[in-house]
Design a binder for this molecule. Structure first.
Ligand SMILES: [Zn+2]
Length: 94
C-alpha cells in the first residue's frame, strides 16, 4: 500500500519497517527512490529528507510503500507528470 508521508515523525516511525521511499524535490525537479533505511531517507540525519519542512514550505512530497514495484511506479508517474528527473539513489540501491 502506498502511503503519503506528511511529517518527519511518520517516516521515523517506519525506519525499521522494510520498504521504499519516493522523495520528490520540487526545487531540484527530481524524484528519488530510496530504501527506508537509507541515511538520505532518515529525517534525523543532517543529510536526510525532512518531510515536515518540505510540506510546510511546499518544496516536496514523500511516499512510502513496502513494494519496490509500487514505489517505482509512483516515482515514474510523478516524474512523467511533472517532467522531473527520476533516479534511484546510488547509496541504497539494492
Ligand atoms: Zn538512498
Amino acid at each position: 500500500m502506498l502511503t503519503e508521508i506528511l511529517t518527519d515523525e511518520q517516516l521515523i516511525d517506519l525506519y525499521t519497517t522494510p520498504g521504499y521511499l519516493v522523495a520528490v524535490d520540487y526545487p531540484k525537479k527530481e524524484v528519488k527512490l530510496h530504501t527506508i533505511d537509507c541515511m538520505l531517507a532518515d529525517p534525523i540525519s543532517s543529510v536526510g529528507v525532512k518531510p515536515s519542512k518540505a510540506r510546510e514550505n511546499n518544496t516536496g512530497e514523500f511516499w512510502v510503500s513496502e513494494s519496490r514495484d509500487e514505489a517505482n511506479s509512483k516515482a515514474e508517474e510523478i516524474a512523467k507528470n511533472k517532467g522531473y528527473t527520476y533516479t534511484i539513489c546510488p547509496i541504497c540501491n539494492r
